[in-house]
Design a binder for this molecule. Structure first.
Ligand code: GLC
Ligand code: GLC
Length: 821
């Protein structure tokens, strides 16, 4: 069953039922101010950091689901005599959940519009964040479709978070006494802690004259009532409460008179503002917020023309971003994911890593080191300048021994020790993101950027040196099979071979009670080969022949170690545990074969020439592939294994325990492309493509327009059900798999390569791609079977599959790729 449909022309997903199987969300904001918004206007907003600067509250494990967020209520001032019209209702359905005559939510690129109709009153609210501003706009358009005038009260409401979301949810003995607000000219300012160390506040403003307000939650709701039935809305008059402690909120009431057929706009603004530390108060010796710099912003955005201009700029911004790469293939799911939604999701994961979604609370994790480096892989072509900045931020958190903090806080850009370091794969991902940046931009100067270690001034070294240390970190930590030691975990956070965690609540990752000198990872070995090959190419380019040679030798040795201890006969093994026993081997009863080493080792080139790559991939097909995607391992762990850790803590079929962990599936797609099997690669691509799963939304449950981290595997009672949508490495890796490997349009150090490995039934496809200042119009035409490519560039045949650097001044180029023979 479907709950909506794709409107590809407007780049929107249109939801027709408010009660989707889970809240289906979207993101607002492009740079510093962000919001999550569901199809019924649930969600929350924050400035830069969802933990440390949260504007409004959200309760994750609440019931009913998704009942906190952005509230609007409509109430007829002269109540209708018609019993089917309620006294008041929510035009976004939540929180009153009164049945609407019509409902439609359109999630677009950085905005969401929710339109509904009840008893002849149409309400359409467009939510978005203007580019470059730290505020969100709720642009409500009311239309009276009746043939008589109507007098309405419109109520808007938010529940303020006292900034630090973790503290807000736990430290009640303090927090219930510190809440403070100001209300001036109908604008509500939330200023908890402004009197002391904060220089920021939030505000709620409205374009229409405010006839009533509330700032104390219980005055608005009434004691023991919920957001679905606020007593002040029921009474039709807000109470003018001023919050002193307890639960500060912002609620405003305006009155709108609409003649028959008339339309009116009400603009509501929720914003964040900072004042200079020494100019916080006005007058200076008072405790009153200085509003001189915020008022002009508020005055600007309560004007409909300014709002429309800001919306058009946002549209243009996305038009330009998405036009960098567009494709027309014979498959609609491919077209819409590549052209719209997958690129969009890549942007969202770049912005938020794994911090704030409907499954990630925004308080648990900062930006992951390995996650962010992988998110960057799909992002390079969109905004290379921001990618560059992010790479430098990441490298500056690297530790002097080459290792990495597992995560860092976006507000401070400092690594944090919440989950420690020594995830031994972490530093290698930095090499992959830098390599991708170089291939996209040709900006080799980035390697000369002097960056500190652990943000300590005085420790600066060029980025190239950081990459060298990443490699050295692995080489300094080899085990008895000459394979890399795994540390706390590798890519699979839940493979905790050095933490024998036996008490509830103990961390699986950081309760290290083994020395970490035995357990080895074949996955890191494969990743090392991939990264060290990039280092060979980089050193070569820089003319550092000695380095290139050393990396080449390191590659050969690691490859030899993989073949001698990491190959199981029909597939790559996964690891060696703390007792030096193989895992991911036919010797095991459970966990005989894992997906990760098959993907990464083939991507690193192992066995591609001699048939062993194909053998490993055939094993994946035979043991791991399902109709809903490829599961992580088989057989699933049926019980908890102390020596394996968190992976075996999940019930079979979920998450890392044999779930379809979507992040890993594109590795297999890439590997299949590398061995030339386009049909297989594309088949796997479609199995997890969210658009291709739209028809089974009642099974899949998550949004059909974005990837989820996981789909329950065949061992799970809820096989096929997705969880953890939005913030997942699946976004970047699928984007890479389809665009760079299956469609084969791939940046290299020397230029743009065109080497498709598409399904045999496709006649070809078309693409446009901006690359290093040139707009390439690419047509791939099949003339026979196979993947051989002959390129014509601007009408002339060229050798190889890389488009030669065009002459200076050339801005456009036509490329025809003849495929097959
Ligand atoms: C999550 C983590 C990621 C990890 C993966 C597998 O997606 O964010 O870092 O690689 O799980 O455990
Ligand atoms: C990854 C896993 C998750 C685990 C976490 C620990 O994100 O997906 O299952 O709890 O790592 O850091």
């Amino acid at each position: 069953m479907r709950y909506g449909y794709f409107d590809d022309e407007h780049r929107e997903y249109v939801i027709e039922h408010p009660d989707t199987p889970l809240p289906w969300i979207n993101y607002l904001g492009s740079q510093d101010y962000f919001g999550l918004i569901s199809n019924t206007a649930g969600g929350y907003s924050f400035y830069k950091d969802p933990r440390l600067r949260r504007l409004i509250r959200y309760r994750y494990n609440n019931s009913p689901l998704d009942s906190s967020g952005r509230f609007i209520y409509l109430r007829e001032d002269s109540p209708s005599t018609n019993p089917s019209v309620p006294l008041f209702w929510s035009p976004s359905w939540q929180p009153t959940r009164f049945p609407l005559d019509e409902y439609e939510c359109r999630h677009g690129m950085g905005y969401t519009t929710i339109r509904s109709r009840l008893a002849g009153i149409e309400a359409s609210t467009r939510y978005f964040v203007p580019l470059g501003e730290n505020l969100e706009i709720w642009e409500l358009t009311l239309s009276n479709l009746r043939d008589e005038p109507v007098q309405l009260s419109v109520f808007s409401a938010v529940e303020f978070n006292l900034w630090d979301a973790m503290d807000d949810a736990t430290n009640f003995q303090r927090n219930l006494s510190i809440g403070e607000v100001e209300v001036v000219d109908g604008i509500i300012y939330h200023k908890t802690e402004y009197r002391e160390r904060r220089n920021h506040f939030a505000y709620l403003a409205c374009s229409e004259p405010v006839v009533g307000f509330d700032t104390q939650r219980e005055a608005f709701l009434g004691l023991y009532r919920g957001w679905d039935s606020p007593s002040a809305v029921e009474a039709g008059q807000l109470t003018g409460s001023i919050a002193h402690g307890w639960q500060p909120i912002g609620a405003q009431q305006v009155k709108i008179q609409l003649n028959a057929g008339e339309k009116k706009k009400v603009i509501i603004i929720l914003g964040y503002h900072e004042n200079p530390v020494d100019d916080k108060f006005d007058p200076p010796d008072s405790q009153t917020i200085n509003k001189r710099s915020v008022l002009p912003i508020i005055r600007k955005y309560v004007q409909p023309e300014e709002v429309e201009n800001a919306f058009q700029s946002l549209r243009l911004y996305w038009d330009e971003l998405l036009s960098i790469f567009q494709v027309t293939t014979p498959n609609k799911h491919t077209n819409r994911m590549v052209n719209i939604w997958n690129a969009y999701q890549v942007m969202i994961t770049f912005n938020l890593s794994r911090s704030a979604s409907y499954f990630e609370s925004g308080i648990g994790r900062g930006m992951g080191f390995r996650d962010t480096n992988q998110d960057l892989l799909g992002f390079m072509h969109l905004l290379p300048k921001r990618a560059r900045e992010r790479i430098l931020d990441l490298a500056a958190t690297q530790l002097p021994n080459g290792g990495a903090y597992h995560q860092y806080q976006p507000l401070t850009k400092r690594g944090n020790n919440d989950v420690g370091s020594n995830f031994n794969d972490d530093p290698l991902w930095l090499i992959l993101s830098v390599a991708a940046y170089l291939k996209e931009t040709g900006d080799w100067d980035i390697l000369d950027e002097a960056l500190p270690y652990d943000n300590q001034p005085g420790t600066e070294e060029p980025l190239y040196g950081h990459l060298q240390r990443s490699i050295q970190y692995t080489l300094d930590r080899l085990g008895q099979h000459e394979l890399p030691l795994i540390g706390r975990a590798d890519w699979n956070d839940c493979l905790n071979l050095n933490c024998f965690s036996d008490s509830p609540g103990q961390s699986f990752q950081t309760t290290a009670n083994k020395e970490g000198k035995v357990a080895e990872s074949v996955f890191i070995a494969g990743l090392f080969v991939l990264a060290a090959k990039e280092m060979m190419a980089i050193a070569d380019h820089l003319g550092k022949a000695g380095h290139a040679e050393a990396y080449s030798k390191a590659v050969q040795e690691m490859v030899a170690a993989i073949w001698s201890a990491g190959w199981d006969g029909e597939w790559f093994r996964r690891a060696y545990d703390d007792f030096a026993r193989a895992l991911g081997s036919k010797e095991n009863d459970e966990g005989k074969i894992f997906i990760e080493p098959q993907g990464i080792c083939v991507m690193a080139g192992l066995g591609v020439e001699d048939g062993r790559a194909v053998q490993a991939l055939n094993s994946v097909d035979k043991h791991l592939a399902t109709t809903h995607g490829i599961v992580l391992q088989q057989p699933a762990f049926s019980k908890y294994y102390l020596h394996l850790g968190e992976i075996s803590s999940y019930p079979p079929g979920y998450k890392e325990n044999a779930g379809i962990f979507c992040h890993t599936n594109p590795w297999i797609m890439i590997a299949e492309s590398m061995v030339g099997r386009g049909d297989k690669a594309f088949d796997y691509y479609l199995r997890i493509n969210p658009s291709a799963r739209e028809e089974i939304s009642d099974v899949h449950k998550c949004e059909p327009y974005v990837y989820a981290q996981m789909i329950a595997g065949k061992d799970a009672p809820t096989y096929g059900e997705a969880k953890n949508s939005w913030l997942t490495g699946t976004a970047a890796w699928n984007y890479i798999a389809i665009t760079q490997w299956i469609l084969g349009i791939r940046p290299t150090y020397d230029g743009l390569q065109v080497a498709p490995v598409i399904p045999s039934t496709w006649d070809g496809f078309e693409a446009v791609r901006n690359y290093r200042g040139v707009r390439y119009e690419i047509r791939v035409k099949r003339k026979g079977q196979g993947n051989a490519v002959k390129l014509d560039v601007d009408g002339k045949p060229v050798r190889g599959t890389v488009i030669p650097q065009p002459a200076d001044g050339v801005k456009k180029s036509r490329v025809v790729a003849w495929l097959g023979q």
